[in-house]
Design a protein around this ligand. Structure first.
Ligand code: NDP
Length: 286
């Protein structure tokens, strides 16, 4: 019998609002893994020491959230392919004594997307060009999706993402500067809101988008986890589109982190139930 648990956790500021600890520990309990996930409030000036501490204590790895996703890179020993392209890390993993950086934001989204479609050759419209949009667009492009249309309010930020995708991935990409209600092309297969529009507390906020351009046969995904049922999800569902909410991305990120740290394929349904209970949502599949 061993009394030494496997240690994991998270370094962020605003850690008290992050539900990941509840989700990951529920999965550890469900699968009988003797592991802990320690949710740590770490200011920017404490990040280097936090990473040194994790190394000294033999942590299997840790998540990084706001504001450390880019800053943590210099404290790691190397990066996985997509994390290197995205330029940000949200999951560090100890492999053969080296702390390697992964980015599970886009991977979590892709796992959620793959529950309804194979992304290869699919036409994507991505709203936003921030961290979440970058991660999603890079993973989708590396998985063979395309053409990809990036729609962003700030043209400069949108152009940076488009340049990155053209330089580092094989995808065919175009930029649309978002100005007024956007009409989605009838040829689009997957439409993704990767902006922060709709995030609590601004829960009724709508994307500047013609909802009637969302058609049955399209897949409409939202990254917003809180609340998961956004105005976009409701509008898309009302028009017969297949919808994916932000909890799917969140839950699958947890599944991928656990796989990185323990090698175990955790059951996403356990995590989904845990976060649904946290958000006071009715029990439903997805
Ligand atoms: P960033 O701040 O990096 O980017 C925000 C993006 O939203 C930018 O493209 C910005 O456009 C756009 N945006 C914000 N407000 C508006 C608006 N009123 N009109 C048009 N565009 C707008 O944030 P992140 O990319 O890190 O996060 C985005 C969202 O993704 C957050 O709500 C976060 O909660 C969610 N997220 C969800 C995850 C999950 O697992 N479900 C994981 C990670 C993030 P502009 O460039 O013009 O300013």
């Amino acid at each position: 019998m061993s009394f030494l648990s496997l240690l994991t956790g998270s370094f962020s500021q605003g850690a008290a609002e992050n539900p990941t600890v509840a989700m990951i520990e529920a999965a550890f309990r469900h699968h009988g893994i003797d592991a802990r996930y320690v949710n740590c409030e770490v200011p920017p000036e404490g990040l280097a020491d936090a990473v040194r501490g994790a190394r000294a204590m033999g942590w299997a790895g840790f998540n990084c959230s706001i504001p450390h996703k880019v800053a943590v890179v210099e404290h790691l020993d190397g990066l996985a392919e997509s994390a290197a392209v995205i330029g940000a890390v949200n999951c560090a993993v100890l492999r053969d004594g080296r702390l390697m950086g992964e980015n599970t934001d886009g991977q979590g989204f892709m796992a959620s997307l793959r529950t309804v479609v194979d992304p290869e050759g699919k036409r994507l419209v991505v709203f936003g060009a921030g961290g979440a949009a970058r991660a999603i667009a890079v993973e989708a492009a590396l998985a063979g999706a395309g053409p990809i249309t990036v729609v962003n309010r700030d043209r400069g930020r949108g152009a940076e993402l488009v340049a990155l995708l053209r330089e580092r991935t094989p995808a065919d990409v175009e930029l649309v500067a978002w100005d007024g209600a956007y009409g989605v092309s009838a040829q689009a297969d997957v439409v993704v809101n990767a902006t922060s529009i709709g995030l609590f507390p601004d829960v009724g906020a709508r994307l500047p988008l013609d909802p009637d351009s969302l058609l049955p046969g399209m897949i409409v995904a939202d990254v917003i986890p809180n609340p998961p049922r956004t105005a976009l999800i409701a509008d898309a569902e009302a028009r017969g589109a297949t919808v994916l909410d932000g909890l799917g991305m969140l839950v699958n990120q947890g599944v991928i982190s656990i796989r990185h740290w323990t090698g175990l394929d955790a059951d996403p349904a356990v995590k989904r139930r845990t976060v649904e209970e946290l958000f006071g949502l009715p029990d439903r599949a997805g």
